[in-house]
Design a protein around this ligand. Structure first.
Ligand code: UGA
Length: 434
């Protein structure tokens, strides 16, 4: 099939590349000329495991091309994906100006039937707004489809190629048929394509992310309670996760959820509920608790040093909001850095992929180490903010020679408690005994 993808951010690039991989011809459009030039030369603008191989292969096979020319991109396309940003507006509601702007531009160019797909996370009712933009500007028949994405950064290629489910929101049979044909190769193992109306599809996306954020937040609360009552959150997690109704995944407590999706989507769903005069109390609690959870690790550090961090030096392992990504948006590590520095401490950081982005954002506010052990040199303590695999089984002897004191504050519960005691560390983690 012939596909156009508008927007080559994270979602657009993964979508375009993975759609080309099953034999479709995909043209990706972006307004950023420099970025398009680079992609035309095979330079991939994001770090996502496995994506680079597919990206290059499909460029070489000429199934994947890039342009700044919207008219050229959509001319022969049967399906046009919109994968554009929906940042929070001033009031917390999603800002739809990119989506509606693109819809307007496309509507002035179409000359034959197209399926217009909203791939971005958009509030309930957006498909209707997009349809209205087309109705204002053209008589050409189009169908607007809501097709939310459920990709996780770090495993996005797998998530796209083998999705748990594909959600398609449209009441048009013609559009349903085309979308079923497009996604057929991705659900060969029998995972469902769920057809529903546009609004239900739009809400499904927010409900999924908000539910997961709530699940994590609940576990963060249980972890905090474990510390108070002297229980071990790892044991509780296993105890409840073995119940199929609860499930093992997304029960790991930590230092608050971050990233470009959960914080934004929980906020947008709460706002959307408010606009419909519905008081969605649980979401308000989730947001509030998550803010509080971001301070947990620094609170532990402050308590340990009796509220005096002046002149203290800390090593921080992990900057990205989660492993296998260089994404630092809403990363708990940034909060930790801010808090430590504002209390008069200095920080040396290391992250396998996130260093460049942090350098661009905060410059010399911290020192940057070239590897995880160098970061420890002369540090009073180590703080861990991201559960990268390389931090899971470090050389504890080497650590000991660099750290000034054997003190670790672990926001991701990476190490066995008994092992740390045996090694003689002061080890403070989340929801576990000291
Ligand atoms: C999330 C969803 O998982 C995807 O399904 C969705 O498509 C995506 O948002 C999106 O809307 O685009 P992502 O933000 O990439 O994906 O990352 P997650 O793996 O979901 O992690 C989100 C946050 O939750 C991270 O800060 C992570 O550290 C935290 N988390 C996750 C926990 O604290 N505990 C857990 O058990 C799991």
């Amino acid at each position: 099939m012939k596909i156009a993808v508008i927007g080559t951010g994270y979602v657009g690039l993964v979508t375009g590349t993975c759609l080309a991989e099953t034999g479709n011809t995909v043209i990706c459009v972006d307004i950023n000329e420099a970025k398009v030039l680079k992609m035309q030369q095979g330079i991939i603008p994001i770090y996502e495991p496995g994506l680079d191989v597919l990206f290059l292969r499909n460029i070489e096979q000429k199934r994947l091309t890039f342009t700044i020319d919207l008219a050229h991109a959509i001319k022969d396309a049967q399906i046009i994906f919109m994968a554009l940003p929906t940042p929070p507006g001033g009031d917390g509601a999603a800002d739809l100006s990119y989506i509606l702007g693109a819809a307007k531009d496309i509507s002035k160019l179409v000359t034959s039937y197209k399926v217009i797909v909203n791939k971005s996370t958009v509030p309930v009712g957006t498909a209707d707004l997009v349809s209205a933009v087309f109705a204002e500007n053209t008589d050409v028949e189009i169908d607007v489809v809501s097709n939310p994405e459920f990709l996780r950064e770090g495993v996005a290629v797998d998530d796209f190629m083998k999705p748990d489910r594909v959600v398609i929101g449209t009441r048009s049979e013609r559009a349903q048929k085309l979308m079923a044909e497009l996604y057929g190769p991705y659900v060969r193992q029998g995972n469902p394509i769920l057809f529903m109306d546009e609004k239900s599809s739009e809400l499904t996306k927010y409900a999924a992310n908000s539910f997961l954020a709530t699940k994590i937040t609940f576990m963060n609360e249980i972890a905090n309670l474990c510390e108070k009552v002297g229980a071990d959150v790892d044991a509780v997690r296993r105890g409840i996760g073995s119940d199929d109704r609860i499930g093992k995944r997304f029960l790991f407590p930590g230092i608050g959820y971050g990233g470009s999706c959960f914080p934004k989507d929980v906020q947008a769903l709460a706002k959307s509920a408010e606009e419909h005069q519905y008081d969605f109390q649980i979401l308000k609690a989730v947001m509030e608790i998550n803010e509080r959870q971001k301070t947990v690790l620094v609170d532990k550090v402050s308590t340990y040093y009796k509220d005096d961090l002046k002149g203290k030096h800390f090593a921080l392992w992990g900057l990205a909001f989660k492993p296998e990504t260089d994404d630092i948006r809403e990363a708990p590590a940034l909060y930790i850095i801010d808090a430590l520095v504002s209390k008069g401490a200095t920080v040396t950081v290391f992250d396998p992929e996130g260093m460049e982005n942090v350098k661009n954002l905060i410059g010399d506010k911290v020192n940057y180490a070239s590897n995880q052990y160098e970061a420890l040199s002369g540090a009073d303590a180590l703080l861990i903010a991201t559960e990268w695999s390389v931090f899971r089984n470090p050389d504890f002897e080497l650590m000991e020679t660099s750290l000034k004191h054997k003190v670790v504050f672990d926001g991701r519960n990476l190490y066995d408690l008994q092992k740390m005691i045996d090694l003689g560390y002061y080890y403070n983690s989340i929801g576990r005994k000291l």
